[in-house]
Design a protein around this ligand. Structure first.
Ligand code: NAP
Ligand code: G4F
Length: 361
């Protein structure tokens, strides 16, 4: 290891973002340490390609068993690693599931952030270690009256979380800001709007859709069941968003940034785009739980689905106790101050996700 090599510690390294960030940091020459949870079955699929290379190429990559609920474990790992940068991506990140396990989510997503910050402080690393906190557009809660004059959520928009996940993350946001102000730490929030990829967890709506489209096209599934088709999300690509995380920690001054595309799309329109990738045109009928989508045309000879087949139904089981109806972020600050330029638009991302899921079947 050269003396100038930067050292990063990534919690949530086995997740979607953790895997892309690890790749980015390794490309940039970092020594990357990741925190992974012990599980009864393998949970490193997204980073196996890095990990398996370790003995040949990546001597710069090391995993540590750990959990954000365990202060002593977090302190020990940070003490051992002495990181220049910590990316706190670890979280129970599913909004719907957070209604079922609210206390656990508060512990991991809220107090977990405090454990990281406090470990840095207790170990005397406040001058050395920069901390990135994975904050979220869920903090805004989608309230129309809280958007700015141009109709976007930005760094100054008020928060109104609408789930136990959002409520836990708002603690993470404020405690990060407080440690920055109280202890002069380089601790920053990235307020990231939804970002997806072929590595997205299978129960988030975009991946659930692209997997179902692939399975239906290959005759392995009959119908996709979704919840609320009327919410709107500002979707970017995870690969672009981890680049923004890194840039946030390279600034001269620690600040918080919105990372978004500035474009919002209905869930229903994502479904239309995904089916179009396999040559299927849909007709929608009915409302609320009676809404269905039927195959109106099928132009791809490889994926023949009979005209009139119902390929989408609504299952109210997926409705949330409180919904975030609309998210749209203003990326002006991140584009001007960070020089951040996303490479993907939504169409390119949908294409990549469907193509990747077609390979699964
Ligand atoms: P993800 O795929 O669900 O990954 C979450 C990661 O956190 C996984 O590695 C998971 O480990 C780990 N984790 C869960 N509980 C933990 C615990 N108790 N201790 C330590 N690690 C734990 O999420 P993601 O999409 O990559 O998102 C990364 C971060 O950004 C999360 O904090 C998320 O809340 C936030 N965020 C995401 C988005 C988005 O659209 N993707 C937007 C805004 C903010 P296992 O693999 O063992 O489960
Ligand atoms: O894909 P989702 O589960 O993502 P959600 O709730 O927006 O949260 C994601 O983005 C946040 C950033 O804003 C992150 F902080 C968070 O960690 C996570 O990554 O749901 C998106 C929308 C919702 O309105 C939901 O009600 O899709 C709607 N939806 C409709 N049917 C569905 C389904 N969501 C899921 N997961 N499954 C469905 O069947």
């Amino acid at each position: 290891m050269s003396t100038t090599q930067k050292v990063a510690l990534v919690t949530g390294i086995t997740g979607q973002d953790g895997s892309y960030l690890a790749e980015l940091l390794l490309e940039k020459g970092y020594m990357v340490h990741g925190v992974k949870r012990r599980a009864s079955s393998f949970n490193t699929q997204r980073i196996d390609h890095i990990y398996q290379d370790q003995h040949e190429v990546h001597v710069n990559f090391k995993l540590h068993y750990g959990d954000l609920t365990d202060s002593t474990n977090i302190i020990r790992i940070i003490q051992e690693v002495q990181p220049d940068e910590i990316y706190n991506l670890g979280a129970m990140s599913h909004v719907m599931v957070s209604f079922d396990s609210p206390e656990y989510v508060a512990n991991v997503d809220g107090l977990g952030t405090l454990r990281i910050l406090e470990a840095v402080r207790l170990l005397g690393l406040t001058k050395k270690t920069r901390v990135y906190q994975a904050s979220t557009s869920e903090l805004y809660g989608g309230l129309a009256e809280n958007k700015n004059a141009a109709g976007f959520y930005d760094e100054n928009s008020p928060f109104y979380p609408r789930s136990p996940y959002g409520a836990a993350k708002i603690y993470g946001f404020w405690i990060t800001k407080n440690y920055r102000e109280a202890y002069n730490m380089f601790a920053c929030n990235g307020i990231l709007f939804n970002h997806e990829s072929p590595r997205r967890g299978e129960t988030f709506v975009t991946r659930k859709i692209t997997m179902a489209v692939a399975a239906i096209a290959k005759g392995k599934q009959d119908c996709l069941y979704l919840g609320n088709l009327n919410s709107q999300r500002d979707w970017g690509h995870a690969k672009d968003y981890v680049e923004a995380m890194w840039r946030i920690l390279q600034q001269d001054v620690p600040e918080d940034y919105v990372i978004a595309t500035g474009v919002t799309t209905y869930i229903r329109d994502f479904v239309i785009m995904a089916f179009a990738e396999v040559g299927v045109t849909l007709t929608f009928e009915g409302e609320q739980e009676n809404e269905t989508a039927t195959v109106a045309a099928c132009s791809n000879p490889l994926y023949q689905i009979a005209i009139g087949t119902v390929v989408l139904r609504v299952d109210p089981e997926y409705y949330r106790p409180t919904e975030v109806d609309l998210l749209i972020g203003d990326p002006t600050k991140s584009k001007t101050q960070l020089g951040w330029k996303p490479q993907y638009d939504l169409a390119a991302m949908v294409k990549e996700m469907v193509a990747s899921d077609l390979k699964l079947y």
